[in-house]
Design a binder for this molecule. Structure first.
Ligand SMILES: *Cc1c(COP(=O)(O)O)cnc(C)c1O
Length: 466
């Protein structure tokens, strides 16, 4: 029987102990009143320390993390997170803070907020940030609330629509809808950029603004951004920047200089906080000077966001400094272009040319389909990668292509790692051409192979029933 076939409850044997409690430092502590005490002992598994250690270590190996391998998940910036950031966030003076503490005791933390405000403003060209939002999508909602507030302050009540490009991240239209705004889609050109001519007629006096990602989710820089900014502003709208992936821009270009009025950052992507497990995150929102008044009105979390994440980002920024933050952008762009050019003869590249930190293939050039044998799909390539020790790229997103395979290597990978990824991707392409069935059966060595992902997300079984 394999380790993952047994749950910790099934390993339980009466009388085994795998913990040691700290010594009680409070001998004077009052006893728990009888009526509040547990009537029956808690049904915890009774296991020895090695059982516990092995169980949880094995569980951790069943997942794929950036600490165990290359994780080129496009749009997610799964870069390596330096451990020094963890140490800084764990400093007792910070970790022991309580949000309701007297202001006199939290000056260090307030200073961190202040310094981060300055650093992020310098990196993005914004005027001021709020750190309340706890995720990227939360930042989008906050930013759109600021956008609405701005129009309402001016008595301009008609502006209830927001323009979103068809290449946008799914959270953009979702946040707009949650904010009570109507989404108007603008099409992309063949070259993956916003169609400026298609944008013009959309810019009516009902438009609150536009949400954009630049480089967009295809990893392509919107070269017409200055023209777009002027058109939107002239029509009375604002520009919202989805800065979840600031990686390629840091120290090179600033959204504020491109003409954006409001933006969010994902500290848990660009600024190296471990993520992917659902939190905690941080999506600070920055505004241009003319919107500063709209910031304090809008509180979206109980306290000031996830301070630990902000601390990690602060440590990250300080440890790199201005000069090396710029290299993050340059190396992430170099890595992406290197992979793209090394694989484009075996994977379909729908849009040629230099990309930024990520790019999209549209499936295999030769998927091995013949007679009545179906070819290998993007899902099959993704599953096969697991057999070779790599996490899959983002698949079937963005929706502009049927077999999208979105690769973002980030700047933290060595040339050796990137070269071995390229070699494996080529090997998989060769396997597909010869015998697509190998891919269709993959992964061959993972504890779980092809779960129903929708069912797993909607009805997760999180509890052991006994
Ligand atoms: C990740 C991402 C988001 C959403 O961020 P969350 O923290 O997951 O809510 C928004 N936009 C883009 C482009 C992203 O990559």
């Amino acid at each position: 029987m394999k380790y993952y076939d047994k749950l910790i409850f099934e390993l339980s044997k009466e009388g085994r102990v795998g913990y040691s409690l700290p010594v009680n430092q409070f001998p004077q502590a009052p006893e728990v009143p009888v009526q509040l005490r547990r009537a029956q002992p808690l049904r915890l598994p009774q296991v020895s320390e090695p059982d516990v250690v092995r169980h949880y270590t094995n569980l951790s190996q069943m997942n794929f993390g950036v600490d165990t391998g290359f994780y080129p998940l496009g749009s997610c910036t799964m870069k390596y997170n330096p451990k020094i950031n963890e140490e800084m966030a764990a400093l007792p003076g910070f970790a022991g803070l309580h949000p309701l503490m007297h202001a006199g005791l939290t000056k260090g933390a307030l200073k961190v907020y202040q310094e981060m405000n300055k650093a992020l403003s310098a990196i993005t060209g914004m005027y001021a940030f709020t750190f309340d939002p706890c995720a990227g999508a939360h930042g989008e909602l906050t930013g759109l609330m600021i956008m609405r507030q701005y129009h309402m302050n001016r008595g301009d009540m008609k502006r209830t629509k927001v323009i979103v490009p068809d290449s946008a991240h799914g959270t953009n239209p979702a946040s707009a809808a949650v904010c009570g705004l109507e989404v108007v889609e603008v099409k992309s050109l063949e070259n993956g950029r916003i169609d400026v001519e298609a944008l013009k007629p959309l810019l009516t006096d009902e438009i609150a603004g536009i949400m954009m990602t630049n480089p967009n989710t295809l990893g392509l820089f919107e070269t017409e951004i200055k023209t777009i900014a002027k058109l939107v502003h002239d029509a009375g709208g604002l520009l919202y920047y989805d800065g979840a992936n600031m990686n390629p821009l840091m120290g090179v270009v600033r959204p504020g200089d491109m003409g954006f009025d409001i933006m969010h950052l994902n500290l848990h992507k660009t600024f190296s906080t471990p993520h992917g497990g659902g939190g905690p995150g941080s999506g600070p929102v920055g505004v241009a000077q003319h919107l500063e008044d709209c910031l304090p009105d809008i509180r979206v979390s109980g306290f000031h966001g996830n301070f630990g994440v902000i601390l990690r980002a602060y440590a990250y920024i300080l440890s790199l400094g201005k000069q090396h933050l710029r290299k993050v952008g340059q190396y992430s762009v170099l890595s992406a272009n290197y992979i793209k050019e090394s694989l484009k003869d075996v994977y379909k590249l729908p849009i040629e040319g230099v990309c930024k930190h990520e790019f999209v293939f549209d499936g295999l050039v030769n998927d091995g389909a013949h007679d009545d044998v179906p070819g290998a799909t993007t899902l099959d390539v993704a599953k096969r990668l697991l057999d070779y020790g790599f996490h899959a790229p983002t698949i079937y997103f963005p929706l502009l292509f049927h077999q999208a395979l979105m690769i973002e290597p980030t700047e933290t990978e060595s040339l050796e790692t990137i070269d071995s990824f390229i070699a494996v991707m080529r090997k998989i392409a060769a396997e597909a051409a010869q015998d697509p069935e190998i891919l269709r059966q993959a992964p061959h060595n993972a504890p779980i192979t092809r779960p129903d992902e929708t069912l797993a997300a909607r009805n997760p079984v999180l509890k052991y029933e006994w």
